[in-house]
Every structure is written in structure tokens, then in C-alpha cells.
Write a protein that binds this ligand. Structure first.
Ligand code: GLU
Length: 296
């Protein structure tokens, strides 16, 4: 099967040092496998979309030599596909309306009705699973999460497992604000784009088990996964992100930006590269030795 990778940024701001690490790792993995590398703009969360950010990310990727293949997919244009997936799940009785407010969910956590998972996430307590309480209307639409432990092999981090029903509970697929949830969009789109390999930041590791379960419920082929290290903010120790003010990649110094991302992936500075193309050719060869193309 031909390798298909992707980079799926949310257009809430320009690429920063942290998001470049994920982009570079994903690009290198695709090129080292002689695969295709697709770009998907994850603008499903329209209130968080910053006008011009997608175009900025595209210009930054070009300046860094991280060229993508084929047409760009925009999640804001994919509503019909998400609706179809949602309807298929609903037809099997796997969706229910939920009337809980965020506040109520947080309160039930405070009352100790649910225990936080390893990353602090509080599972949905299941309040509306067997029907809306009298007088309540559905706000969000949730998936009945199947029981059982989901296991997978992460190409960077090794064997992983999560009891999704316990740790996460029934996830919302359609949010109270009417928007499709990222978790549904990503699963539908990875399959629609024929993605065989998801390479992304380790902040998404805890989403992977639920995405696999959802993919299986939708009878979709499941990709392989590799979650690469995050860059942490030196002061706060938190993941570098647009929200905590990470500066945009300086595309006037593309080689330096690529070298920084490369070192963040645990490699030694690549000497002797004069430009991004030269750097990327050598980095691809080294990547292929460290991570032989998956699937033979
Ligand atoms: N859009 C997500 C983000 O920017 C990435 C989703 C993914 O790679 O699965 O964090």
C-alpha cells in the first residue's frame, strides 16, 4: 500500500516552533517512504479560525521547502461527509442527545462521580446515556462509546492502551454550538484522504484510542500512528502553542528553523546543508535509517 501522510494544522495562527516539529516529522516520514504528503486545513472549529492563518501556514511551508501533494482539503467544506458519518452511527443507535451543560459536567466531576484520566481529562459521566432527563432538550450529540481497552503500537512511543469508555466516556460528535467535533472530522477525513500514516505531536496521543474506536465503528481502515515530542515553553513547562504566545517561524531564516525542529526530534545538527532543499534531502536519508518505511 502506498504511504499517504498528512499535515493537519488548525488555522488559529501561523506555524511556530512546536507545530513545525510535527510538520517536519510528518513530511520526512512520507518522503522517506516515497509517499504522498497531504495538507488538510482543520478549520472545522470556525470560531477559532483566524482569517489569513491558513494562507500564512501555506506560505511558511513553501518557504521551508515542505511541499505538499495534490489539493488541499478544507474541513469547513466537509459538512456533508461528517453528516453522513454521523447518520450512519445514528442509524445503528450509537448516538444520543445530551442536555448537559459544561457546568453540570464539571460539577459531577467535582462531586467525585468521575475520576480524571492520566492526562487530567474528566470522562463524561453518562448522565443522558439512557435518555434525557425530563424537561431537557438535546444540546450536543454523543457517541455511545463501546467498552473495552483499545491498544495500538505507536511508532515513536511503543505500545499504547486506553480504556476509552472509562477514561473519556461518550464523546460529543456534534457540539452544543452545532459544530462538528474535531474527533469526528479527523477520522472521516483521514479515511477520505486515504491516509495510511498519522505523524503528529504527542499532545494528540490521548485522542488516538477514541479515534481508532470511532474509525472502527464507521468501518474505516485505521492508519498507523507516530506521536513526536512536543517543544515545551522554557518558562511555563507547557506545550508551546499559539495560545501561550509562541512566535511565528521566521521564514527569512528557513534553514535555522528546520535545524531547530530537527534537533527537537532528537537528531544532531545537519552540517553542510546550504538551503532547505539540501537540508531536507539529507534529513530524509537519515530519517529513513532511523525509521525504516512502515509496512515493509
Ligand atoms: N488540527 C490539529 C492541531 O492542529 C491536528 C490534528 C491531527 O494531526 O490529527 O492540533
Amino acid at each position: 500500500m502506498t504511504y499517504v501522510g498528512r499535515f493537519a494544522p488548525s488555522p488559529s495562527g501561523p506555524l511556530h516552533a512546536g507545530s513545525l516539529v510535527a510538520a517536519l516529522a510528518s513530511w520526512l516520514d512520507a518522503r522517506a517512504s516515497a509517499g504522498r504528503w497531504l495538507l488538510r486545513i482543520e478549520d472545522v472549529d470556525t470560531p477559532r479560525t483566524v482569517p489569513g492563518a491558513a494562507e500564512c501556514i501555506m506560505a511558511q511551508l513553501r518557504a521551508l521547502g515542505l511541499d505538499w501533494d495534490g489539493e488541499i482539503m478544507w474541513q469547513s467544506r466537509r459538512g456533508d461527509a461528517y453528516q453522513a458519518a454521523f447518520d450512519a452511527l445514528a442509524a445503528r443507535g450509537l448516538i444520543y442527545g445530551c442536555g448537559c451543560t459544561r457546568r453540570e459536567i464539571a460539577d459531577s466531576a467535582l462531586r467525585g462521580q468521575t475520576a480524571p484520566g492520566a492526562d487530567g481529562e474528566r470522562p463524561y459521566p453518562g448522565t443522558c446515556r439512557h435518555g434525557l432527563p425530563p424537561g431537557r432538550e438535546a444540546r450536543a450529540w454523543r457517541l455511545r462509546m463501546p467498552d473495552g481497552v483499545e491498544r495500538f503500537e505507536d511508532r515513536w512511543l511503543g505500545p499504547q492502551e486506553q480504556d476509552v469508555a472509562r477514561a473519556v466516556g461518550d464523546i460529543a460528535l456534534r457540539r452544543a454550538d452545532g459544530l462538528w467535533a474535531y474527533q469526528l472530522a479527523v477520522v472521516v477525513d483521514d479515511a477520505a484522504q486515504g491516509v495510511t500514516d498519522v505523524v503528529r505531536g504527542a499532545d494528540l496521543l490521548s485522542s488516538t484510542a477514541r479515534q481508532r474506536l470511532l474509525g472502527r465503528l464507521l468501518d474505516l481502515p485505521l492508519p498507523r500512528y507516530m506521536h513526536v515530542p512536543l517543544i515545551l515553553d522554557a518558562d511555563s513547562g507547557l506545550k508551546l502553542s499559539k495560545q501561550n504566545g509562541a512566535p511565528a517561524i521566521n521564514t527569512n531564516a528557513p534553514l535555522a528553523a528546520l535545524q531547530d525542529a530537527w534537533r527537537a526530534l532528537g537528531f544532531e545538527t545537519l552540517d553542510g546543508a546550504a538551503d532547505p532543499a539540501g537540508f531536507l534531502a539529507r534529513a530524509t536519508a537519515q530519517w529513513a535509517r532511523r525509521f525504516p518505511p512502515p509496512g515493509g
